[in-house]
Write a protein that binds this ligand. Structure first.
Ligand SMILES: [Zn+2]
Length: 385
């Protein structure tokens, strides 16, 4: 057993002893966001969905993601980079330790089910916050311990919790966790997402993540998703991998989508222009169906239509979308649906640019953007993230 492991176990025991497991944590209560004006826009999408965002760094994001995705109330945990200077960094750039980015996970959670304080408890109990720029064998500023707060309430809670931990004497050394205002989040390359779930047989997963996850499950057994919920989550993940075996007509979309996504794709709703996720997205990548994952549009055919919705002059393959006559709003328009799952996506008009002259006017809520893969030499993950 390494010194780090010993310390982790001692810490877990110490915390359990000091706080009786839950003394620091009150019942989950909705967090009232004390937003600054510049944050209001950023948080708008989330408030529509009733989900709140938290961005945390505590070492290797493969581990952090594996832990947080099992928590009840956590709807998604995405691995990425925050807190650095350069824009849209690659894994390779971040791993030099020179960009200032930390490996983080960005969690979207339902504050009715889990509070920010509970997330902080998990955060601090699953790493050693006293080693500067280091977690176990992972060394560098990219592995630093940090809370990137999204509003004043998160800042206050994080500072208070850190102080309480320091005062408790749970650690023999001072806590070095950085508490900084959130600035930007860049999702990591595809192969880093769900890394543990997809690669649990790999040596790093078995040696480092597996034991960590086991301890986490023991300590937080009452905060975990039920077996049924995990099965449902895994089912969703499996569906994405074997799309041909799914009975798309009978999927319970209400349970799987946010209210906005459901309204658009299932009730043929229209989201607000300029207030949606991708209308202004200029990054290279693929736009997939938010329900079934079928690739629909490429950034290469996206253009600025001035409408405030993501617009494309053609789909990736005409076979991936279907056209339907839409007679609502006293006119005849051509509705566009996903050819695989029949999700409503938007409409097509004939006032687009060449070479097609078409404008596929889509709803961001019906799409899921996947950033372009990095060049081949950067694709192979290193031994540790
Ligand atoms: Zn679809």
């Amino acid at each position: 057993m390494t010194k780090q492991n010993t310390r982790f176990i001692l810490f877990s025991l110490a915390i359990a002893g000091f706080f009786g497991g839950a003394a620091l944590i009150s019942q989950p209560t909705p967090i009232v966001l004390a937003e600054t004006p510049d944050m209001q826009e950023k948080e708008k999408t989330d408030s529509i969905e009733n989900l709140v965002t938290a961005t945390l760094a505590n070492g290797c994001f493969w581990c952090t993601e594996a832990v947080f995705r099992e928590l009840k109330g956590v709807h998604s945990a995405i691995s990425g980079y925050s807190g650095g200077r350069s824009k849209d960094p690659t894994y390779k750039e971040v791993s030099t330790g020179l960009t200032g980015h930390a490996e983080v996970i960005q969690v979207k959670y339902d504050p009715q089910e889990i509070s920010f304080e509970e997330l902080l408890e998990v955060f601090w109990k699953t790493h050693d916050p006293t080693t500067l720029n280091q977690q176990g064998a992972d060394v560098g500023t990219q592995y630093r311990s940090a809370v990137f707060y999204h509003n004043d309430e998160q800042r206050r809670l994080a500072e208070e919790y850190k102080q309480k931990l320091d005062d408790s004497g749970a650690f023999s050394n001072p806590i070095v966790t950085e508490i900084t205002k959130f600035d930007s989040f860049y999702p990591a390359e595809d192969y880093h997402q769900d890394y543990f779930a997809l690669n649990h047989r790999e040596p790093y997963c078995r040696r480092v993540i597996q034991p960590k996850l086991k301890k986490f499950r023991n300590v937080f057994h009452d905060k975990l998703k039920t077996r049924k919920e995990i099965a449902a989550m895994e089912e969703t993940e499996a569906e994405a991998k074997n799309p041909d075996e799914v009975d798309w007509k009978n999927v319970n979309w209400k349970a799987k989508l946010t209210r906005e996504q459901y309204h658009v794709t299932t009730e043929a709703g229209t989201e607000r222009p300029f207030k949606n996720e991708y209308w202004d997205n200029k990054k290279p990548g693929l736009y997939k169906c938010v329900r079934c994952g079928l690739p629909l549009y490429s950034s290469e055919t996206k253009y600025e239509s001035g409408t405030g919705w993501p617009s494309f002059f053609k789909p990736i393959d005409v076979k991936n979308v279907t056209e339907h006559s839409d007679r609502s709003f006293f006119s005849v328009r051509t509705e566009i649906r996903c050819a695989r799952c029949d999700a409503h996506l938007g409409h097509v008009f004939d006032d687009g640019p060449q070479p097609t002259g078409l404008r596929y006017c889509m709803n961001s809520a019906a799409l899921n953007f996947q950033k372009a893969e990095k060049p081949a030499q950067e694709k192979e993950p290193a031994e540790t993230p």
